[in-house]
Design a protein around this ligand. Sequence first.
Ligand SMILES: NC(=O)c1ccc[n+]([C@@H]2O[C@H](COP(=O)([O-])OP(=O)(O)OC[C@H]3O[C@@H](n4cnc5c(N)ncnc54)[C@H](OP(=O)(O)O)[C@@H]3O)[C@@H](O)[C@H]2O)c1
Length: 340
Amino acid sequence: MRMLVLGGGWFVGRALVMAGHDAGHEVTVFNRGRSAPPPGPVTVVRGDRTDAADLRRLAGHGPWDVVVDVHGVVPRQVGAAARVLRGVVGRYVLVSTVSAYRDWPERAVHEGSPVKAGDPDADPEDWSWGTGVYGQLKAGAEAAAARAVDEQRLVVLRPGVILGPGEYGGRLTWWLRRAAAGGELLAPGASGDVLRPVDVRDLAAFILRLVEQQASGTYNVAGPVGRDTWGHLVEACLAATGATATVRWVDGEWLADQGVQQWVELPMWRTAPGTWAIDTTRAEGAGLTCRPLVETVADTWAWLSAGGQPVTTDRESMHGLGLARERELLERWRARLSAR
Ligand SMILES: NC(=O)c1ccc[n+]([C@@H]2O[C@H](COP(=O)([O-])OP(=O)(O)OC[C@H]3O[C@@H](n4cnc5c(N)ncnc54)[C@H](OP(=O)(O)O)[C@@H]3O)[C@@H](O)[C@H]2O)c1
């Protein structure tokens, strides 16, 4: 299979390039060349997706059986690429997100749940994580792809949280570094609370599986229901780093009342009831399989310990709780318990 990856250098795209290469596919990547070169023998086309001439030049390298737009967030950019490439590709895959759903994380979502009102022509001059527009832009990006490509050829992935080697969001990487520091560790909620991240390599394998099956439509992607808990995550981080820590489970509602910023200060923690209520029946039916969380955690630590450097974005720095603030919260929590 000839596969084109728009992006390919940071995390999801990189895992996809590796998976495509391992599966014997002929892979082309398109990016500006600022990120690390892709692994393996890959055809590299340098260019900027915001530049129409670069996109036209890229199309001249086709045809491909599939293009995967991994990087796309800005609707106008997603639409522009889809219009230029649709004549030289078979299947068109867009990596979107559960954040595109109108009601996530407040309510459970399935593929038919309403999405945010996204404008397929939106082209914000500048946008950044934390500005609250990401989900809306991704909904617009989906609409832009759907306008350009027939639905029989279009696949849209809506993953929840993606973890694994190469992660640059500062979620698991933050928890690993925190575990490695040992001491008294504040863990949110209860050890039995669920979470359902997906390993980036399992997402990549799933994308390839969908393309091989000539699938179309929308697929939520998250870890298995009822398998992983916060207790497993924290234990796996301690085991991977070899650190010892006294884990203090602190009530989630109380943390929220203290103003702890959910999803950000304690990455992946959120009290909203729909956070992990992502229906993945469709993806499982199409062959999504998920490795054990402990493997994701261990491999991410191995990658970090071997000098793995996440790409620098404004995203990683958003995440995490300072040690001083953690200590202060733990003291307040202890005082509350003893006052009871
Ligand atoms: N992380 C999560 O938990 C999560 C959850 C749900 C969905 N997602 C989605 O998953 C995807 C993750 O993508 P990723 O960042 O890991 O993808 P990636 O394909 O590994 O990396 C992004 C690539 O885009 C290239 N790029 C950036 N600006 C460009 C431009 N103007 N023109 C051409 N290339 C450009 C970068 O290379 P250069 O800098 O060299 O150009 C880089 O190779 C995103 O769509 C995200 O919304 C993530």
